[in-house]
Write a protein that binds this ligand. Structure first.
Ligand code: PMP
Length: 336
């Protein structure tokens, strides 16, 4: 038996997450589908990695001094990661969040000690957008730095240096495909670049939710979205600096209904409680697996990201009234 590791610092709890074989998705795809358990990070999401790398980079460059402030615009998970990392290293956090995000994330950010600024939902072209608001706040606050997760490529470096080598090692170098959705694009670009360093032939696929513009960009060269999605943390309409040069070989589009089906099945059949971006990623992984099997490949193995815990969405995805109001299917065991 290998004993779990004993760590010298709470920050060492970030990363080195387990990889788990997903039975239902594997059966549906006719090959092995593996999920990287990013909900097992201390902040319960994939964004802890980017948070740690970004703050360490500020320190290495001398951009933040003891007691300094980290400001960021975030759908929530990056803020949660930054708040924890900041607490561990003696910094403060100011987090700007769009007001339509799940209440649990806002309550969590406040509980962790972050100063929370909520702003109305606005298009990126509007100066009131949460990203621009956070940049201005960082400029106006003495001793503050702006994390800038969308265009700070230290974000994807976290995945080049940690997530990708972990997946490669956990799969013993036998992996045919990787897919996930993009928020900042740090995960898909970083894991894609990192895995290609090990084996150029691994297929990297972008899985895009409805409403995002990247599917059309990679398929037809045009940034254009159709429909909409309630998934939080994913759905990008521009090529962020993190997405520049991402090695995307193919792409899939997944609806909320399809993603929710996998969220429901993973919980009911495998005991995993996840957010919607994980369900969308798993749907994409099943599509990629089927495509690789159809191409004649044998013993296909695909990996994807289980981005965050479903406990963060009790008032939304796991709330029948909320789902009904959005015209989305209610999980059978919650239906009244
Ligand atoms: N899922 C969730 C729940 C997220 O919060 C994020 C981060 N925005 C992502 C997926 C996407 O990660 P990335 O920003 O690395 O593209």
């Amino acid at each position: 038996m290998t004993a779990p590791s004993a760590l010298a610092s709470t920050l060492d709890l970030i990363g080195n997450t387990p990889l788990v074989l997903l039975k239902g998705p594997s059966a549906a795809a006719g090959c092995e589908i593996w999920g990287k358990c990013e909900f097992a990070n201390p902040g319960a999401s994939v964004k802890d990695r980017a948070a740690l790398w970004i703050v360490r980079d500020f320190e290495e460059k001398g951009l933040i001094l003891p007691g300094g402030t980290i400001v960021e615009g975030t759908a929530g998970n990056t803020g949660i990661g930054l708040a924890l990392v900041a607490n561990a290293l003696g910094y403060k956090t100011i987090i700007v969040i769009p007001e339509n995000q799940a209440r649990e994330k806002m309550d969590t950010l406040r509980a962790l000690g972050a100063e929370l600024v909520t702003v109305p939902v606005a298009p990126f072209s509007n100066q009131g957008h949460f990203v621009h608001t956070s940049r201005r706040l960082a400029e106006e606050t003495p001793g503050a730095v702006w994390a800038n997760q969308f265009d700070n490529i230290v974000n994807r470096k976290a995945h080049i240096e940690s997530t990708a080598p972990e997946i490669w090692a956990q799969m013993n170098g036998r992996i045919d495909g990787f897919t996930c959705a993009a928020g900042t694009g740090g995960t898909i670009a970083g894991v894609g670049l990192g895995l290609k360093e090990f084996d150029e032939s691994i297929t990297i696929a972008l899985t895009d939710p409805d409403g995002a513009a990247l599917y059309n960009y990679y398929a037809h060269g045009e940034l254009k979205g159709e429909g909409s999605s309630v998934a939080e943390g994913i759905g990008q309409s521009r090529i962020t600096a993190n997405l520049e040069g991402a090695p995307i070989d193919t792409q899939f589009r997944v609806s909320d209904v399809e993603g929710l089906e996998w969220v429901a099945r993973l919980l009911a059949e495998e005991g995993l409680c996840l957010g919607l971006s994980s369900g969308i990623n798993v749907a994409g992984a099943v599509a990629l697996g089927k495509q690789l099997v159809a191409s004649g490949k044998r013993d296909v193995r695909v990996a994807t990201i289980l981005c965050d815990t479903g406990f963060r969405y009790l008032s939304t995805l796991y709330n029948p009234a909320w789902l009904e109001a959005k015209n989305l299917p209610v999980f059978p065991w919650l239906a009244r």
